[in-house]
Ligand binder design. Structure first.
Ligand code: ATP
Ligand code: MG
Length: 692
């Protein structure tokens, strides 16, 4: 089921018959206006929001940042890396001789936990709050950097007492509680490699990840709080580690399971293997000298979300990764550590949580909110209540959450004081321009800059984003490559597209926080990311470069549709649908069609507070079809539009179009194991059966 990028690309329907009519012009690209169009451009957006002078006057980033990076890219990265605390300064910057495996700052020596925690204590910032933790049931903890320092040292000693050491892999399967952060940092502190598995994954997914990384230790909890009840975690670990007939000896690498008591629910116990965190960790001395490691020492393994296929175990280095994390967090989120309260709503089990809860913000000395639960427990205003209560100033979330709040209606956030907010961020999927506008107006009070940040588990840190205070933003555009990052949009032959055209998003130069590989499989690493375009990194996303040269992410090239010879992206049609006042969320797929090759099929979710929505699904469909036709043209007009109450999403909240494609083509629905809620597919199929 491996779905490596270059393999999936070949599945995209080939050249369109209409767009490549004149072979004589083929050699003249990219400047010939008649050249082959890789991805059609349907959507135009003219709104633009320049930075407020009051914001720009104090922003961490200035236009000079780009100039410095352009003048000397390696020097720029060297300076960024120098801001970290090094035990031994590096003299090398980049060694690309073993491409595509990079070495950055290779002869430097440091420790990630020392950078994230000890340094603040050492430099007199121990009293600063690191985390305001909010449990779903309402319990809270305030943890200063000094508190974190004490905890990571005890935890490091605890891990060492279990025989875990430098280079060993540790699987972390925890709810979003402070121990998750402490466990990650304790691993980093002793040079062990953490592999965090999101707490919502099944036993089978956990087993696969434990086995792939050959973890010696699993850190888990009895359970976590989810939607008002106790969600058991430990039984899933037991199941993952149980010998099975299908997989004899599976997960045999695990020697111990360290269990945090979170909910207090009854827990089965395997004597000798299972140990309580409070017994092992709390009894240890709070003194531990960090294990100093080479810059290229692996910091963690993390599996991709699995939106497009089998998850890949990517691994990241220490020095380069931390350089990217800290720099991007400081300039994209404009962190002022003395006054800001920063909240990233992602789970630490995703790359966003790794880079923008644990490493980036902590290295920068941020005060953060860490929330355990769901946005609608005990009520749909829970997040906004937390913003109000803690005076959150910087908020980073995903389009899926924003569209959910649009569906619930703006009366909910309107009930809270959100005036503390000064900057908003988005990550995970292309943000629909209307969702961006809603976010700006309803959450940001029309005053907060929005940073739409494009990046991936592979890239380690943000690659494309506006810089607040510098960039005039456009709703739906991630704008430009970060300073020091060389991004380009290319056509099928790897040549830059002209302004205004769409194509494949590639990175053309190595960067410090780039992945160093797929764990245990160098060949797959090279094949997956570096084969499609010679020497360029390509991980599967389409993008458009507009006439100003700004970038618009167009989703995954696997999702591109071929309608009557035109290569359309699902993203632009979804943007048009969400621009209709009735629609909160839309998912578009291409379904086989006898006449057009593929036809556009759309699944839409209606806004709870929309006015004048017809009762009848067909009437809604007719109105939306006419709307798409008017907005972006007849070609994009959906053949079918189905009103649904949910669309299938991965556990990280991304729309899973391949399952909707199965529904649209009347096929048996494929593998649903990475779905957050598998009942969603049944509801859609039932709705279709009754509606047709
Ligand atoms: P898998 O690789 O297993 O299919 P995944 O790609 O969903 O999973 P992640 O690394 O979590 O795993 O997600 C990165 C992807 O998310 C990007 O390739 C892109 O498709 C999407 N993405 C992230 N941020 C943005 C953004 N700001 N705009 C558009 N797309 C985004
Ligand atoms: Mg991916």
């Amino acid at each position: 089921m491996a779905n490596d990028v270059h393999e999936s690309l070949t599945a995209v329907p080939a050249e369109s018959p209409s767009s490549n009519a004149d072979p004589a012009t083929a050699g003249d690209r990219p400047h010939d206006p008649r050249h082959h169009v890789t991805l059609e451009n349907l959507h135009t957006e003219r709104r633009s929001f320049p930075p407020l002078a009051s914001f720009a006057a104090h922003s961490n980033a200035t236009a000079f940042e780009y100039k410095k990076a352009e003048a000397d890219r390696l020097e720029y990265w060297k300076e960024a890396a120098r801001r970290l605390a090094w035990k031994q300064e590096f003299t090398e910057i980049l060694d690309w001789s073993d491409a595509p495996v990079a070495r950055w700052f290779g002869d430097g020596i440091l420790n990630a936990c020392d950078n994230a925690v000890d340094r603040h204590v050492r430099e007199g910032r121990g009293d600063r709050v690191a985390f305001h933790f909010v449990g779903e049931p309402g319990d809270t903890q305030t943890l200063t950097y000094a508190d974190m320092h004490e905890r990571v040292q005890r935890a490091a000693n605890g891990l060492l007492s279990l025989g875990v050491g430098k280079g060993d892999r540790v699987a972390i399967y925890l709810p979003q509680i402070p121990e998750a952060v402490v466990a990650m940092l304790a691993c980093a502190r002793i040079g062990a490699i953490h592999s965090v598995v999101f707490g919502g994954f099944s036993a089978a997914s956990l087993r696969q990840r434990i086995d792939d990384a050959q973890a010696r230790l699993v850190i888990t909890a009895d359970g976590g709080n989810r939607r008002g009840s106790h969600l058991a975690l430990k039984p899933l670990v037991d199941e993952a580690l149980a010998p099975s007939i299908a997989h004899p000896g599976f997960a045999a690498s695990v020697e111990h399971v360290l269990v945090v008591k979170r909910t207090g629910q009854p827990t089965e116990w395997t004597e000798g293997r299972d140990l309580w965190w409070h017994d092992v960790v709390d009894t240890q001395p709070a003194e531990h000298e960090p294990e100093w490691v080479d810059a290229e020492h692996p910091l963690f393994i993390l599996y991709t979300s699995g939106t497009t296929g089998a998850p890949k175990g990517l691994w990241h280095s220490t020095g380069g990764y931390l350089t990217g994390a800290a720099l991007t967090h400081r300039i994209v989120f404009d962190l002022k550590p003395d006054t800001d309260v920063y909240w990233c709503s992602a789970d630490v089990g995703w790359i966003t949580g790794h880079t923008y809860i644990v490493y980036g913000p902590m290295i920068n000395g941020a005060t953060q909110v860490l929330y355990e639960g769901t946005p609608d427990t005990p009520h749909q205003g829970r997040w906004w209540e937390i913003v109000q209560e803690y005076g959150v100033t910087i908020f980073y979330t995903a389009p899926t959450a924003i569209r959910t709040f649009m569906k619930w209606g703006e009366a909910i956030p309107d009930g809270f004081d959100l005036s503390s907010l000064r900057l908003l961020g988005s990550v995970g999927e292309p943000i629909n321009p209307e969702a961006w506008m809603w976010y700006r107006r309803v959450i940001g009070g029309d005053r907060c800059p929005i940073v739409d940040t494009w990046w991936q588990t592979e890239t380690g840190s943000i690659m494309i984003s506006p810089l607040p205070g510098v960039t005039a933003t456009k709703p739906g555009s991630a704008m430009t490559a970060m300073p020091g990052i060389a991004a380009e949009v290319v056509d099928d032959e790897g040549r830059p597209v002209r302004a205004g055209d769409g194509g494949y998003l590639v990175i053309t130069e190595p960067w410090p926080s780039m992945l160093r590989g797929i764990w245990g499989d160098r060949a797959r690493f090279a094949r997956t990311y570096w084969n499609r375009f010679d020497g360029m990194y390509f991980a599967g996303d389409g993008a458009k470069k507009d006439v100003d040269g700004d970038l618009w992410l167009l989703g995954r090239v696997d999702d591109v549709m071929n309608v009557s010879g035109h290569r359309l992206t699902t993203t632009e049609i979804e943007h048009a649908l969400v621009a209709h006042p009735w629609v909160a969320e839309a998912a578009v797929v291409g379904a086989t069609d006898a006449i057009t090759g593929q036809a556009v099929v759309a699944f839409v979710i209606v806004r709870g507070d929309a006015e004048g929505v017809p009762e009848d699904g067909e009437a809604i469909a007719d109105a939306l079809r006419a709307h798409v036709r008017k907005e972006i043209g007849p070609l994009a007009k959906p053949r079918d539009i189905l009103v649904v109450s949910e669309v299938p999403k991965t556990r990280s909240g991304k729309i899973m179009r391949r399952l909707l494609r199965d529904v649209a083509e009347n096929r048996e629905v494929g593998d649903v194991t990475t779905l957050a809620d598998s009942s969603v597919m049944d509801a859609i199929k039932d709705g279709l059966a009754s509606g047709r």
